[in-house]
Every structure is written in C-alpha cells, then in structure tokens.
Design a protein around this ligand. Structure first.
Ligand code: GRG
Length: 343
C-alpha cells in the first residue's frame, strides 16, 4: 500500500481556492459563490474516494488466501459505498498532523483507514445474514450470502475483521500511538460497542424503545465506529488530550446525526440511490428516530446535531491555531452536507 502514498497526498490536497471560497461564503456572506464551492467540494470528495478505492483494490489478493474466500471478501469490500470511515480517519489525521511537525505524516494513517472500511464491511456482511436482518441487497448488489452462500459470507466477514487488525499493526507511526488507536478501535467494535449495539438491536425488535434507550443502542451500533474513525486518526498523529476531546465531541454528534439520517432515508429514501432496500425498519417494527419523533422533527434534529459537530471543530480551531484550516473547512462542509441528504 505504501506505493499509493503519493496518490493520497495528491488526492487529499485542499487547493487555496477552496479556502478562499469557504471564507467568502461563511465570513463575507457571499451566497453567489455557493454553487462554485459545492462543485469544487464534490470534486475533491470524489478524488478522496477514488484514492481509497484504489488502496482497497490493492489488498486481499494474496496467493495464501483460498480464492473463493478472497473473492467474497473483495466482492463486498469493493461494492462501493461512501467510504465515510476511512475518509474521516484520514481527514482527522490531516487536521492534526501539525502535532507531528511534518504536515504530510498523516498519510501514514492509511492502513488504519483501510482497516476501518474492512471492519465496516464485515459488520454489513454479518448484519445482512439470514440470522440477523436477512437482507438481499447491499451497496446496490446482492448481499454476500446471496452472491456466495451463508457459510462463505460468515467467513468473509471474519476474514475482513481479523485482517483489519493485521493491517493496523503494519503502520509506520510511533508504536504508542498505534497501540492506543488499535485499543480504541477494538473497544468500539467489541461487546461494549458495535457488537453490543447489535445485540441490543436484536433484543429491541417488536418492543418500543424510548429515546434514551434508542440513543444508547445507536451510540454503540453505529456511533462507536464513526467516533473511533475520527479519534484514531487524531491519536495516530499524537494529538493532545484537548484536541482529542473536541474530536470526540465531533464524532459523537456526527454519529447521532448519521443515524437519524439513516432512519429518515429508510422511510423517504430511494432504494436505487441508497443501494439497499428501504422500509425495513417499519417492516421489522423497529424503534427509530422517525418512529419516535416523526419525519420533520427527525430532519431538524439531524441538522442540529451536524451543527453541534461543526461547533466542536470550531472550538478546536480556536484552541489550536496550527490546525490545518483547509481540512477543517472540508470537514465542516462535509458534515453540513450530510444533513441535507434528507432534504
Ligand atoms: C453484525 C457485528 C455486527 C454489527 C452490525 C453497523 C451494523 C452493526 C449494522 C449495519 C446496519 C445498518 C444499516 C446500520 C445503520 C447505519 C449504517 C451503519 C449504515 C451503513 O453505513 P453507510 O451508510 O454505508 O456508511 P456505505 O455502504 O456507504 O459504506
């Protein structure tokens, strides 16, 4: 993967023009610049996703992997998706890279970014299994167990999860930061985090949860991985405790917003665009933000949480004048755009 470092450095660069446009819109109120800014942002995001796709395509081809297993793992990993977790991890590393005195050092967080996508893909494969949500469409394609078979899908998930930890150890950053980041991720996806959240989700079927119970479930099932994607990027760069505190706050609010948006899109979203079936929450009688608050209130909440997340970034910037400003703006724009997916 090291041969891809230059591609990442290039594809993650924020041009000066982006910073200027952001400031013209947000500091000088020049609304007429918004269209130009939106187009540039989309183009930069596309470049980042392309770099991540290229890195994902370069892995799991080893002759030691039984061909059918490698095929199933790569089938799900390369099926598309927004690549939110790897881009968040790298973005946070880039934001905090000044802590390491080399502004390009963030690129060494790449194995973690890739590992986070592998972990996310494992969770989707297992979540789609007949014993869990029993879904037949994911990322616009038949789910892994439909394309292969159930046993192969279980192994593909297991392989992605285990290999992710192997990848993370192959990281050329200070060992203490690497170990701390691995610890963060392991905790976030284990019994106290994502797997625990999935258990709560199963137990919650056909039982109405209150907002507090739903928040705990969401924080574990989806929030924990998103939050640790952010925190691991910062931790790898040796960010200070205060920086990590704000980044954790960002990750928490962004994670809640993400879940609300997912719930809203399950009701009003277009299955073809989302690449997965909609309406499953209602069919499974699941408690969601929409079932508890209704569509309009949920949409408002999504905007509110995205804005709280962005406030954490702004507070961080006030405390850390050396922060990468272009990256801060890029994260803020990405976060506010997230909320508008439901409008
Ligand atoms: C089976 C251990 C285990 C855990 C599963 C994360 C999870 C727990 C299940 C996924 C089911 C689901 C639809 C959760 C809601 C939020 C979510 C994670 C959506 C999918 O993530 P995106 O939108 O997907 O980032 P892409 O395909 O864009 O990567």
């Amino acid at each position: 993967m090291q041969h891809l470092q230059n591609l990442f450095l290039e594809n993650f660069t924020i041009p000066q023009e982006y910073i200027l446009l952001f400031e013209q819109i947000h500091l000088l109120g020049m609304k007429d610049k918004e269209e130009e800014f939106n187009t540039l942002h989309k183009q930069l995001m596309k470049q980042r996703v392309q770099a991540v796709e290229k890195a994902l395509d370069s892995i799991l081809k080893g002759a030691e992997i039984p061909p059918r297993l490698s095929e199933a793992m790569r089938y799900s990993l390369l099926a598309g998706g927004k690549r939110l977790r790897p881009t968040l991890c790298l973005s946070m590393a880039k934001l905090c890279a000044h802590a390491r005195r080399d502004k390009n050092l963030w690129v060494l967080a790449m194995p973690f970014a890739i590992a986070l996508e592998m972990i996310h893909t494992y969770s989707l494969i297992h979540d789609d299994l007949p014993a869990m949500d029993n879904d037949d469409l994911r990322r616009g394609k038949p789910t892994c167990h439909k394309a292969f078979n159930e046993a192969t899908a279980i192994l593909a998930g297991d392989g992605l999860l285990s290999d992710a930890f192997w990848f993370m150890t192959d990281c050329n950053l200070p060992a203490q930061n690497v170990v701390q980041s691995i610890q963060l991720i392991a905790q976030a996806i284990g019994s106290e985090g994502m797997v625990g959240g999935q258990m709560l989700d199963m137990e919650a079927e056909e039982r109405k949860l209150n907002l507090e119970e739903l928040s705990v479930l969401n924080a574990k099932k989806t929030g924990a991985l998103l939050q640790c994607a952010c925190l691991s990027g910062a931790t790898l760069m040796g960010a200070s405790d205060i920086m990590k505190r704000y980044i954790k706050e960002y990750g928490t609010s962004m994670g809640i917003a993400f879940q609300i948006i997912d719930d809203v899109l399950d009701v009003i979203g277009d299955a073809a665009l989302l690449g997965k079936n909609t309406g499953s929450d209602e069919a499974n009688q699941k408690s969601t933000w929409v079932s508890l608050l209704g569509i309009e209130e949920s949409k408002k909440k999504a905007v509110e949480y995205c804005s709280t997340a962005n406030q954490a970034l702004q507070e961080l910037a006030k405390n850390e004048p050396l922060l990468d400003k272009g990256e801060q703006y890029f994260l803020q724009k990405t976060t506010s755009d997230m909320a508008y997916r439901v409008y």
